[in-house]
Write a protein that binds this ligand. Structure first.
Ligand code: ARG
Length: 278
């Protein structure tokens, strides 16, 4: 099964910055460590960078015993850590419901949402997005022996469909494909809703490709793709509207990581960590 992992698109520059800490980042990437002489703490110590996420979305963010940052690990965690490190900041992770992330960014409760978040016009009304760093699409997770769901259209054939509340998959199933509202079940986490496919309560779950593959793999289910029905989606990092200082820092690190192939390497590493077979 071919995946979209290799389609990591090229993008541009940039960096980080807590909204609370106005660092004067006059051009030097390397945080100084051997001097306290600076008159702003921020120039030697960028302070805390608060990343909001929903850590139930492997391989992008998940909870594990020995996480890269506390109990958290995944592609997004590694990217965010690099953004913090390169700016001499400490990454702090706030795990919350996905549905609350946009509000948390726009009210400044968190500095950035790094959550495999797809850029959408609706979200762009409330937050600013970084350059994109990953291309995905929706897939259908069904029982391994399922033979009657081959395309997204088949979902309209009186199938019971699960989605995660507030994910793009929810909008697509509800609005684009137009599955009857009575046949849609919404949960807060992919892990939970996929159980209902396993136990036969639902026919399919529509969710992002990488996460769907990881969940299928872990639960003995299979993934059905329909690239004609499911457009590609681009993941990006969300910051508060107008926070160009942080956005520039983020974009700078993303550009470096894309140019060096590091994001692709992270995808390979974390895919294998969560059991996704290419
Ligand atoms: N890409 C989808 C969206 O933006 C799902 C993201 C879910 N991310 C998460 N960390 N739970 O709606």
């Amino acid at each position: 099964m071919k995946t979209n992992f290799k389609k990591i698109t090229a993008v541009l520059a940039a960096a980080v910055l807590s909204t609370a800490v106005l660092a004067s980042c006059g051009g030097s990437d390397a945080p100084a460590t051997d001097s306290n002489a600076s008159d702003t703490a921020a120039s030697t110590n960028g302070g805390e960078l608060v990343m909001g996420t929903n850590a139930a979305f492997q391989p992008f963010e998940y909870v594990t015993e020995n996480g890269l940052v506390d109990i958290y690990d995944g592609i997004d965690v590694a990217i965010a850590k690099k953004i913090a490190d390169e700016n001499g900041m400490t990454l702090k992770i706030e795990d919350m419901e996905f549905d609350g992330l946009i509000a948390a960014v726009s009210t400044g409760k968190i500095d950035m949402a790094v959550a495999g978040m797809t850029v959408t016009e609706e979200r762009q009304q409330n937050v600013d997005f970084s350059d994109t760093y990953f291309t995905a699409s929706q897939v259908m997770v069904v029982q391994a022996d399922n033979e009657d769901i081959k395309t997204a259209e088949d979902l309209k054939n009186n199938k019971l469909v699960g989605v995660v509340l507030g994910y793009t998959g929810d909008n697509i199933v509800t609005d684009t494909i137009g599955v009857d509202e009575a046949n849609i079940t919404r949960a807060n986490r992919g892990i939970d809703i996929v159980q209902d496919v396993k136990n036969g309560k639902l026919d399919a779950v529509v969710i992002d490709s990488a996460t769907g593959k990881a969940l299928a793999e872990a639960n003995g289910l299979k993934v059905v793709e329909d690239p004609e029905a499911f457009d590609s989606e681009e993941y990006a990092i969300a910051v508060q509207k107008g926070n160009t200082e942080l956005l520039d820092k983020i974009n700078k690190v993303l550009a470096e990581m894309k140019a060096s192939g590091e994001i692709e390497e992270l995808a390979v590493k974390y895919n294998s960590e969560v059991g996704i077979e290419e």
